[in-house]
Write a protein that binds this ligand. Structure first.
Ligand code: 3PY
Length: 244
């Protein structure tokens, strides 16, 4: 709902270690997505990570497991800059995500200024409600062929700020291999429709970030995960010595 540009370069935080957030901030990312859909990050750890990210100048998003009040309200009251909601296959599911995330009249998020989002009770209720509705970003994930066909209807639901194409679940749900040309055609058609309708679009990059940003119209990218960075860095170190 905010008019400001979406932060551009992000990373998944999958390890339940708040220090991951500090390391990613030092690397120069603009935002992190704390993954509470997969992995072992609980709401206590997510809250600590959100506070650290804010202190480091990183925008903290949380990918929630679902849109039940506890999935949504706990990270938002902890100060998350926004949510990623997985598996949004159609406009009706997008409206569910809006209802869970936004305060009335758009939604039915419960209000409490006693958390970080309400500056621990210092924020006036009106300011807390305004920032919850105007500044918190709602990103819905399109991860099925149906979601890609309905991407404009999904992206145009009032209260949705951006659509994020999830390539892995898309490949799994459509039963195409990730390198299948038919999958690439589906994604390319969705990219064109988003560009035509000015829908803010993101995805996970796989070493092709410049192409996605400069030629395919993406507004923001998740470049990798803390787990992958650790695994790849560790592998490079060990294999460099073993093959020497
Ligand atoms: C997916 O690719 O399915 C994701 O959810 C994130 O990359």
């Amino acid at each position: 709902m905010t008019g400001a540009a979406f932060p551009r370069l992000g990373a998944w935080v999958k390890l339940p270690a708040p220090e991951s957030v500090e390391l990613l901030a030092l690397a120069g990312f603009d935002f992190v997505v704390i993954d509470a859909e997969h992995g072992a990050i609980d709401s206590r750890t997510a809250s600590t990570m959100i506070g650290l990210a804010l202190g480091c100048g990183l925008a903290p998003f949380v990918r929630v497991a679902g849109t039940a009040p506890r999935d949504v309200q706990v990270p938002l009251d902890a100060g998350a800059a926004g949510l990623f909601v997985p598996q949004v296959d159609d406009a009706s599911r997008a409206r569910d995500a809006v209802r869970a995330t936004r305060f009335p009249p758009l939604g039915r998020r419960g209000a409490s200024t006693s958390g970080r989002a309400g500056r621990w009770g210092l924020e006036a209720l009106g300011d807390y409600l305004r920032s919850g509705n105007d500044e918190v970003r709602l990103v819905v994930q399109a991860e099925s062929a149906g979601a890609l066909s309905a991407i404009v209807e999904i992206g145009e639901v009032t209260g949705v700020d951006a659509v994020f194409i999830g390539p892995t679940d898309l490949a799994v749900s459509s039963r195409f291999r990730e390198d299948d040309g038919r999958l690439a055609d589906l994604v390319a058609a969705a990219e064109r429709r988003c560009a035509d309708h000015h829908i803010t679009l993101g995805t996970t990059a796989a070493g092709n970030a410049p192409e996605l940003l400069d030629r395919r119209g993406y507004d923001f990218l998740v470049l990798g995960a803390d787990t992958t960075m650790l695994r790849q860095g560790a592998h490079a170190l060990v294999s460099g010595v073993r093959t020497a």
